[in-house]
Ligand binder design. Structure first.
Ligand code: KIV
Ligand code: ZN
Length: 518
């Protein structure tokens, strides 16, 4: 069967969307899981866009084996040189260069005429070919471009050495039947099209990104660009899990396959949600909590008689856990290690395993049932934790009520020292943050506070994410606990510790870029 290549841009187009940023360690964990999932290409970032992107592309290129690692570069010589430098350590590397070809982008954004754009595209591809044989060219806003001009650009970049030509629906404007025709036109009109792989990259502004990608495959596209959970600019990109499972479930129509190990889909979706703190809606296709839940009596009856009555896919095909209850008080270290590996946390040290094990035991004592999500949160906190924590929570006591002045007493550990203070505030969280500020002498300004239940039930673990400004530096902190006040305090302390760690390194002359503090 023919293959369609899966180009994952979760770490580039996905990550560049507001609220989805990840730090380098988080990106590395996601990239390793994408490799396990079997994606063909990981677009690891846009190296010239920031030092953080450069560093994360480089680290992924050094560490992640299997997929091709791609870096996005504008059709600008310097961008391509920086991209090539970041991608140097990769086993297989791809430079992905782009320029817009639509009238509106050329006139108002680039202020270039079509001839200049064509020349720039050719130059960019030629310069990228000096660094690698694998060069992708994207005609940004292709779906709003003049089709014959687009064909001329594609022909020219293939002659210049592009091995993949990408037709992005940058603004999510296309309709499936129309997009299919466009791809078909390109496949038939561009004389050298057989020398390159045709790719598509669809945005979801009209909710049609997956439908458009599938239509393009029908017309001959053999690479699709997509993201886990469909994250990405504005309404997002085409969701990988939906494209892959559509091809898989309707192989009778597509007669095509992918390299994706579909059983890793659910786990990857969960990992991306946890790392970004953005959760998929329950009715989301393939990976939503309700994707395989049958509520109506008639449906339940049918499924019990024969699952095919209402299920077109088997939950286990996407790795959807039949029971999410995993560990209890009596589970051992070995079971935990296996579970962590399943959840995408491989290569953990004995010391990290012990720390996670202790926390899982404590949680199992407090809560009867420990779920995958609980373990994920603990693992994430432990594996992504700072090498040095100046302050740790030792004790917290708060009082509040509708007729009480909220107060908090907090005791923190700094090395062997115990430091305690109390404060009043607008609520117990505010009071605890004020008490912490008094102890640390480093007052923070709380910019945002978010709380969510990690699992279900009254005893669910709560996860708090805060953004705090210390002396002009913004830092994100996360903390979790079955007690929401404790989770709030841990999140704030995480931010305090990150800030102090940065200050400490800077006092030694080591600059810590702000992306490390996300
Ligand atoms: O949406 C878009 O056009 C892009 C390109 C850079 C591929 O993300
Ligand atoms: Zn895009």
């Amino acid at each position: 069967m023919e293959k369609v290549f899966i180009f994952d841009t979760t770490l580039r187009d996905g990550e560049q969307a507001p609220g989805f940023s990840m730090n380098i360690n988080e990106k590395l964990i996601v990239a390793k899981q994408l490799a396990k999932l079997g994606v063909d290409v990981i677009e690891a970032g846009f190296p010239a866009s920031s030092p953080g992107d450069f560093e994360s592309v480089k680290r992924i290129a050094e560490t992640v084996k299997g997929p091709t690692i791609a870096g996005l570069c504008r059709a600008v010589k310097r961008d391509i040189e920086i991209g090539a430098e970041a991608l140097k350590p990769a086993e297989r590397r791809r430079i992905h260069t782009f320029i817009a070809t639509s009238e509106i982008h050329m006139k108002y954004k680039l202020k270039m005429d079509p001839k200049e754009v064509l020349e720039r595209a050719v130059e960019a591809v030629k310069s990228a070919r000096n660094f690698t044989d694998d060069v992708e060219f994207s005609a940004e806003d292709a779906t709003r471009s003049d089709l014959d001009f687009l064909c001329r650009v594609i022909e020219a970049v293939i002659n210049a050495g592009a091995t993949v030509v990408n037709i992005p629906d940058t603004v999510g404007y296309a309709i499936p039947s129309e997009f299919k025709e466009k791809i078909f036109y390109i496949m038939n009109k561009v004389p050298n099209i057989d020398k390159a792989i045709v790719s598509v990259h669809c945005h979801n502004d009209l909710g049609l990104a997956v439908a458009n990608s599938l239509a393009a495959i029908e017309a001959g596209a053999r690479q699709v660009e997509c993201t886990i959970n469909g994250i990405g600019e504005r309404a997002g990109n085409a969701a990988m899990e939906e494209i892959v499972m559509a091809i898989h479930t309707r192989k009778d129509l597509f007669n095509i396959t992918t390299n994706i190990n579909t059983r890793e889909i659910y786990k990857t979706s969960k990992l991306v949600s946890h790392v970004t703190g953005v959760y998929v809606q329950p009715n989301k296709a393939i990976v939503g909590k309700n994707a395989f839940a049958h509520e109506a009596g008639i449906h339940q009856h049918g499924v019990l008689e024969n699952p095919l009555t209402y299920e077109i896919m088997k939950p286990e095909d996407v790795g959807f856990p039949s029971s999410r209850l995993v560990l209890g008080k009596h589970s051992g270290r070995h079971a935990l290690k296996q579970k962590l590996e399943q959840l995408g946390f491989a290569d953990i040290t004995e010391e990290q395993l012990n720390r996670i094990f202790e926390r899982v035991k404590i949680l199992a004592d407090k809560k009867k049932e420990v779920f995958d999500d609980d373990i994920m949160i603990i693992a994430q906190e432990e594996l992504l934790s700072l090498p040095v924590k100046t302050y740790e929570l030792d004790y917290i006591h708060t009082t509040s009520g509708n007729r009480l002045l909220p107060t908090a007493t907090v005791r923190l550990k700094r090395g062997d020292e115990l430091l305690q203070d109390s404060a009043i505030g607008d609520g117990p969280v505010d009071a605890s943050y004020k008490a912490i500020d008094r102890i640390t002498g480093t007052p923070g300004q709380l910019l945002s506070y978010q709380i969510r239940a990690v699992t279900h039930g009254k005893d669910a673990v709560g996860e708090v994410t805060v953004k705090v400004r210390f002396n002009g530096t913004e830092v994100v902190g996360k903390g979790s606990s079955v007690d929401v006040i404790e989770a709030s305090v841990k999140a704030y302390l995480n931010a305090v510790n990150k800030y102090l760690y940065r200050k400490e390194l800077e006092s030694q002359g080591i600059h810590v870029p702000s992306y490390e503090l996300v």
